[in-house]
Design a protein around this ligand. Structure first.
Ligand code: GRF
Length: 197
């Protein structure tokens, strides 16, 4: 049984999809740790409800004390190591890891992103791709899971799902369909990783 550590900063609905898939035996894996850098992240509550160890680990005390991101990441590494994760899943995790941290987990850190490869990388991708599509620009909308490398939203792609903007669709409707697609995709991508692809 492979051990998953899931990193969240928000609602954790993708974390929930993974917890459910592991619980249902869809994935031969177990979520052994949830990490959040935001105290209010509902993902922490999801971890508590599922009796999964959770770690609230914010950057701010480090920056307030004049300590570096590298020091933060080194301490985070020390905190997660006892949980022996096989795979780190970044699911709405709003912190960009540096090369030193990532170097500890070659091809063992994956990220979910609400845009397709090569399309508007960045934290507002969902809204930006939606608006571009609504303007009639030839932008493909959807989501992907990719390996994490030090460059943002780069790294080999593991799985994608297209989510075209429907005619007249509002942003919140599009976002809801995107999230539903993400919940399928993250489970599929972890399944592919487990299968060694
Ligand atoms: C997802 O849309 C993901 O693509 C983005 O952050 C969101 C996380 O949602 N990076 P949730 O916290 O899993 O509900």
């Amino acid at each position: 049984m492979k051990r998953l550590a899931v990193f969240v900063s928000g609602s954790g609905s993708n974390l929930q999809a993974l917890i459910d898939a592991c619980g249902a035996g869809v994935l031969a894996a177990k979520v052994v740790l949830v990490v959040s850098n935001r105290k209010a992240a509902y993902g922490l509550e999801r971890a508590r409800l599922a009796s999964i160890p959770a770690l609230y680990f914010p950057l701010k005390p480090y920056s307030d004390a004049g300590r570096s991101r590298a020091e933060y990441e080194a301490d985070l590494l020390d905190a997660i190591t006892p949980h022996s994760p096989d795979l780190l899943v970044l699911a709405g995790w709003m912190h960009i890891f540096g090369a030193s941290f990532l170097g500890q987990f070659p091809r063992r850190v994956i990220n979910l992103h609400p845009a397709l490869p090569g399309v508007l990388a960045g934290k507002d991708s969902l809204r930006e791709t939606y608006e571009a599509a609504r303007r009639g620009e030839p932008v493909a909308t959807g989501c992907m899971v990719h390996y994490v490398v030090p460059e943002v939203d780069a790294g080999e792609v593991i799985a994608t799902e297209r989510v075209p903007v429907a005619p007249g669709e509002a942003l919140d409707e599009f976002a809801a369909r995107m999230h539903a697609a993400e919940h399928r995709l993250i489970v599929r991508a972890v399944g592919q990783w487990l299968a060694g692809r």
